[in-house]
Design a protein around this ligand. Structure first.
Ligand code: NAD
Length: 257
């Protein structure tokens, strides 16, 4: 039987935010403030000494791709769990992080999630399911013009999942995409899947996955109209990260998908 609760206070999860002055970070601070059972204890941004992270149990990290690995390493070295939304986590960076977590206090958990919107996670899951049935597929991702990276982390992850499903089914690179595009002028290709990036004022975060076959087409589309769409996923990540030691990529693993 579980041990009886001694007091309610120990159940509060203390949270610090790195990148707290940014678009995502400031929205996360508000969401943590509003969430039951979470307490915002620290806000850090560029130039701040991270130190003991204001005594946080969990850190939420939304900064810039080149700063994120060092920030996350600083947290895990102290056994502080981290929920990471920053993009740019390439396989070599992930491997370095896995080694750092293996050397960290036992039980330390890191969640790296390219997208915290529940609908976007479902879009990726559905795209992965559809991938085995269509030879022809392309991804269009659309974002606000100040986004620093292209293609987006979500598009890269979607292409990753589609690519894996294709190779399991024996489908290789998307054939029509490569045939008349020797210079890659039609967009980036991630795991053999063409990805097109649109940057337009007024947009927040949007993505379409288009599947084509003779006489039919399937489009799976998700739109985040506001950054608040990411907050239930971030809060869920904060609540659960301690139950998932090691490095987990994708919030879907916390949601049973
Ligand atoms: P932003 O530019 O508004 O905010 C980034 C913040 O990080 C700024 O306040 C900046 O000063 C700070 N920063 C820079 N260097 C730092 C350092 N060394 N240490 C601490 N803080 C530092 O960007 P944003 O729109 O909030 O996006 C941040 C990241 O989150 C990007 O990588 C973006 O692609 C990603 N993102 C992820 C999701 C998701 O659901 N996972 C959603 C939106 C954006």
């Amino acid at each position: 039987a579980p041990a009886p609760r001694v007091d309610g206070v120990s159940d509060i999860i203390k949270v610090s935010v790195i990148g707290a002055s940014g678009r995502m970070g400031s929205t996360v601070c508000d969401a943590v403030d509003a969430a039951e059972g979470l307490e915002l204890v620290g806000r850090f941004d560029v130039g701040d000494e991270l130190g003991d992270l204001a005594g946080a149990d969990v850190v939420v990290e939304f900064s810039v791709p080149d700063a994120s690995p060092a920030n996350v390493a600083h947290c895990v070295a102290q056994g502080v769990h981290v929920v990471v939304g920053t993009t740019g986590w390439t396989e070599p960076r992930l491997q370095t992080l896995r080694n750092q977590v293996a050397a960290a206090p036992e039980g330390t958990g890191v969640l790296i999630a390219p997208n915290f919107a529940i609908g976007a996670i479902l879009m990726m899951t559905f795209a992965e399911q559809a991938a085995r049935f269509y030879e022809s597929v392309e991804v269009i991702e659309l974002h606000h013009p100040r986004k620093v990276d292209a293609p987006s982390g979500t598009a890269a992850r979607t292409a990753d999942l589609i690519g894996a499903a294709r190779s399991e089914t024996g489908l290789g690179d998307v054939p029509d995409a490569t045939e008349h595009d020797p210079d890659g002028a039609r967009g980036a290709r991630v795991h053999g899947v063409p990805v097109h990036s649109v940057r337009l004022r007024g947009l927040v975060a949007h993505q379409e996955v288009l599947f084509g076959a003779e006489g039919e087409q399937l489009t799976i589309r998700h739109d985040s109209f506001d950054r608040v769409s990411f907050m239930p996923g971030v809060v869920e990540g904060v609540r659960r990260v301690a139950e998932h030691p090691g490095v987990t990529v994708g919030l879907e693993h916390y949601l049973g998908l």
